[in-house]
Design a binder for this molecule. Structure first.
Ligand code: ADP
Ligand code: MG
Length: 319
């Protein structure tokens, strides 16, 4: 690489002059980072790889890539009600383009700073563009929100407006868009729901973040929990920009099946409804009840009149 590996890491990723957190004894620069997890807390880990052409379109702007790579990982912490702590970054780069690196690290740290998560190490190699991030976070002992806790009778909720990122991706693939378009931003710059995830940690029975599509991810909850779900398609929140761009029918299909939104889907006892809505308001986050967890396994879809409806396609699957 034109820029030495050492210089590259030093310039774009090492911010060791920032104030240290008490749980980080040693960050970037040695063979390992040294961490001292906080007492009374469980440590949660998650890792995701983003590959050009698979997880993001070729030619994605570096700023948005930096943001999105961290966002999809932070979203996993949000889904489990965790508070972010630190992360590692393994980068494969075709060349050491300084303009690209500067924008990538700016997007990455803009989001990292919003959620006070620190980069503590990584690896840098030459190869086809690929970004792997592992995030680490805390919950109080035994308090993590999991997929397997849903109970029959729970109300089923979703945050935000699912389907917007899917419509954004469609526009990106069609070309001729501007990066400031609301739907495009929803794809490139998802906002992990970390504050809300932590607020509902003691209220919700189960949660997941929506990466594969709302119905597919609801499926993960009820399969792991040994229950089923009944979803009211007329309750699904379809945003005005989504309906305007896609029409009502396609908007609903995208909301149910498109991935990449990184909103949260969760279940909770109906008695907590008012408190959940209170937390939603505190986070200025729309939260909608969209169904109920059932004893009967599997997914059923109904409309507002209670009649069953049928949908095809359950979201994106890699294999
Ligand atoms: P080693 O050869 O011992 O694996 P490296 O030269 O790969 O060491 O890395 C040197 C230091 O820089 C290590 O502390 C490593 O964690 C850190 N590092 C390497 N690449 C990155 C990166 N992309 N982001 C953050 N830290 C990195
Ligand atoms: Mg290394």
């Amino acid at each position: 690489m034109a820029l030495s590996e050492f210089k590259l890491i030093q310039t774009y990723f090492n911010r060791s002059n920032e104030t240290a957190e008490p749980d980080i004894l040693l960050g970037i620069g040695d063979d390992c980072a040294i961490l001292r997890p906080k007492p009374g807390q469980d440590l949660l880990l998650s890792i995701d790889t983003l590959i050009e052409g698979v997880h993001f379109p070729q030619g994605t702007a570096a700023y948005q890539l930096g943001w999105r790579s961290l966002a999809v990982n932070l979203s996993d912490l949000a889904a489990m009600g965790a508070q972010p702590a630190w992360f590692t970054l393994a980068l494969a780069l075709p060349d050491s383009d300084e303009g690209w690196l500067s924008e990538f690290s700016r997007g990455l740290f803009d989001l990292a700073d919003q959620h006070q998560i620190r980069l503590i190490g990584g690896d840098t190699t030459r190869g086809p563009l690929s970004i792997t991030i592992q995030v680490h976070g805390y919950t109080p002992t035994g308090k993590a929100l999991r997929r397997d806790g849903a109970l029959a009778g729970d109300a089923l909720y979703v945050t935000g407006f699912p389907g917007e990122a899917g419509a954004g991706l469609r526009r990106i693939q069609q070309g001729g868009y501007t990066d400031t378009d609301h739907l495009i931003r929803r794809f490139y710059q998802p906002r992990p729901r970390l504050a809300f995830g932590q607020l509902i940690r003691d209220l919700a029975h189960s949660a997941i973040d929506i990466s594969d599509g709302l119905l597919a991810d609801i499926g993960h909850i009820f399969e792991r929990s040994g229950v089923g779900a009944c979803v009211d398609v007329d309750a699904i929140p379809c945003s005005a920009p989504l309906v305007e761009a896609e029409g009502a029918v396609e908007a609903l299909r995208l909301a149910l099946t498109a991935g990449d939104d990184y909103e949260l889907c969760f279940t909770a006892a109906a008695e907590h409804h008012a408190q959940i809505m209170h937390h939603a308001q505190a986070c200025q986050l729309p939260v909608t009840r969209i169904g109920t967890i059932t004893f009967e396994p599997g997914l059923s879809l109904i409309n507002a009149s209670g009649n069953s409806v049928v949908m095809e396609g359950r979201g994106y699957q890699h294999f």
